[in-house]
Design a protein around this ligand. Structure first.
Ligand code: GUN
Ligand code: FE
Length: 433
């Protein structure tokens, strides 16, 4: 067994600050040691204490001006939209028609899917994201390509084939029957293969018939531990359209509810414009929201009210929503989340933001028994952050007098340049040049 120790400042999240307060929400070791063996964390703590209880021949890698923390978790992203990020001028529905659907058409070619999946996973690692919940396209092979590339890197990923049988160009449509057969085959092939996990993925209510949403519900019944991912109440025109398409339902969320799609492994992206009753139903069913700040700003969708959803006991993770979102960086995503809360007179403390990007994301994905922080026994997905990543960050750090201020500077000014190294299951998978 190869045992390696890493010595630097270490910060990780232990619980939601909203539940336990700021002090109990994290552990911080100014001079800490993290010990990793067989892909798992086997010790962590102040350097003097850890080194005293470990063998004296322990190999220790030492870092200066660095901060070790857990890998970031992105709870909503589209890998096929990587090369259409930053498409000008439209809001959701026109953006889908004008840019997204033509781009997703290219994934009918498995070679294209494999090339983009490979680039996408490398880009996640460059940005310190070690786990993500990922949309493919309607093409089954897009998801085979994605999981194959993830398996090569040993990353823990959740992904699924888009189900879409109406209101998109013919070249991107499946049917209830083909969506069922393709999803089932992908679940059998990939769910729990190594670190890979499957999510049933109806794109959103407007692009699935009632028959297809029923198929999604049937898959969840047949495979109780697969996930569900979709979009919900992102844009006002979208919501009005859902009400036209499903007049017999109480509202947008009720469409999904009717087909049995709510629950503790169901992740709904956006949820910007929920009605009171919908907030309550999300809480009752322990369903999850992915808050996607850069996307909500870029597509002009609206301002997500985080305290409101937390008052309803809804688990919330952060998502980049690339290519509706404008950055792969969870640090940039946090910066925009902070500003969205500011516009509503809410505060987002840096320790709360760290929680959302790590342990909170793991809880949102029901993976907090395996990832999300650096407690003993967890899978060793972690980051080495550079406290002097850019000239401006280095200059500003001189005036950062405590941990919160340092962390906040990294969050407001940081991006991929802050990620010095990314470790997956104990192995260094990315090192900045
Ligand atoms: N709603 C349905 N499809 C999409 C998508 O691809 N991106 C976003 N942001 N919203 C959607
Ligand atoms: Fe999305």
């Amino acid at each position: 067994t190869q045992v390696t120790a890493y010595r630097a400042a270490i910060l990780h999240s232990l619980a939601d600050p909203a539940r336990v307060g700021l002090d109990a929400s994290h552990a911080y070791y100014e001079d800490g040691v993290l010990v990793v063996a067989d892909g798992h964390i086997c010790d962590i703590g102040p350097a003097d204490q850890v080194l005293a209880r470990q063998p004296t021949n322990l190999e220790v890698i030492r870092f200066e001006n660095k901060l070790i923390t857990a890998g970031f978790i992105d709870t909503h992203i589209h890998f096929p939209q990587t090369e259409m990020i930053a498409s000008y001028g439209e809001q959701l529905l026109d953006w889908l028609n004008n840019y997204t659907f033509p781009e997703e058409r290219k994934f009918a070619d498995p070679a294209h899917a494999r090339r983009v999946a490979s680039f996408f996973l490398d880009e996640l690692l460059r940005n310190g994201t070690t786990t993500a919940m990922v949309f493919g396209t309607v093409h089954k092979a897009s998801v085979d390509a994605f999981f194959s590339e993830s398996e090569k890197r040993n990353t823990r990923m959740i992904a699924g084939k888009v189900m879409m049988d109406r209101h998109a160009p013919d070249y991107l449509l499946d049917t209830p029957e083909s969506a069922y057969a393709d999803s089932k085959a992908l679940i059998e092939r990939w769910h729990h293969k190594g670190r890979q996990l499957y999510a049933v993925t109806p794109r959103f209510a407007p692009t699935s018939t009632a028959d297809q949403l029923a198929v999604a519900g049937r898959l969840l019944q047949e495979y109780p531990d697969v996930y569900l991912q979709t979009h919900l109440s992102e844009n006002k025109q979208e919501i009005a359209w859902v009400k036209e398409l499903f007049p017999e339902r109480k509202g947008y969320l009720d469409v999904y509810d009717h087909f049995g799609l709510l629950g503790e492994r169901s992740v709904f992206a956006h949820a910007v414009h929920l009605e009171q009753e919908e907030c309550e139903r999300m809480g009752e069913t322990d369903s999850v929201i992915s808050f996607c700040p850069t996307s909500n700003l870029f597509l002009g969708s609206g301002l997500f009210d985080l305290p409101r959803m937390e008052a309803h006991q809804v688990r919330v993770g952060l998502g980049t929503d690339v290519g509706g979102g404008t950055s792969f960086s969870m640090l940039q995503t946090i910066a925009e989340a902070y500003k969205i809360q500011q516009l509503q007179q809410h505060k987002l403390h840096p320790l709360k933001a760290l929680y959302l990007a790590t342990l909170g994301g793991a809880k949102a994905l029901s993976l907090d028994d395996r990832i999300g922080n650096l407690t003993v026994g967890k899978e060793a997905d972690f980051l080495v952050l550079d406290l002097h990543a850019t000239p401006l960050i280095q200059a500003r750090m001189k005036n950062a007098h405590n941990l919160f201020e340092q962390l906040f500077v990294l969050m407001m000014l940081g991006d991929d340049r802050v990620i010095a190294e990314t470790y997956i299951y104990g192995d260094c998978c990315y090192r900045r040049h």
